[in-house]
Design a protein around this ligand. Structure first.
Ligand SMILES: [Zn+2]
Length: 145
């Protein structure tokens, strides 16, 4: 059985049950489908909106953090970066060599930060030198919007 939402030429909505799509067309063509309200035989199928169900998957892994969470993360990362910038020595692109020297006791033991290539970072880690990527700088106020 197929349920059709029908409407007559007087805009009376009603429902009709038919065995198949062809049955409706056949019965309507023969004037066998009439409006239960006014008896009009001029009926047509209503335009039906597609059924929308709430079955769309919303796994936490694919859900982007809310703007509030993103702002908190950015703030936390900004604090980490600010702490490093305030307390660590900036050594620029000498970072890999300096980190290795500190690790080997050839240079003053202190916190440093600077630039290193992924290859340098990999080599440092292989040698047991503790390195961590610095969080990106938070966007400057002028860059937002
Ligand atoms: Zn009607």
């Amino acid at each position: 059985m197929i349920k059709y939402a029908l409407i007559c030429d007087q805009e009376h909505p009603f429902e009709g049950w038919f065995g198949a799509s062809a049955d409706y067309d056949d019965q309507a063509a023969r004037g066998l489908v009439d409006c239960p309200v006014c008896g009009s035989k001029t009926v047509r199928k209503q335009i039906m909106a597609p059924a929308v169900s709430g079955t769309k998957r919303r796994g936490p892994s694919v859900e982007a953090p809310s703007p509030q969470v993103q702002a908190m993360m950015m703030e936390a990362m900004g604090k980490v970066r600010a702490h490093v910038e305030d307390n660590f020595d900036y050594v620029g692109d000498r970072f890999a060599r300096e980190a290795r020297d500190i690790h080997e006791g050839k240079s003053e033991d202190r916190g440093i930060y600077g630039e290193a290539t992924p290859k340098e970072v990999r080599a440092l880690k292989e040698d047991g030198v503790q390195v961590a990527a610095l969080p990106p700088a938070p966007p400057k106020k002028s860059e937002v919007n």
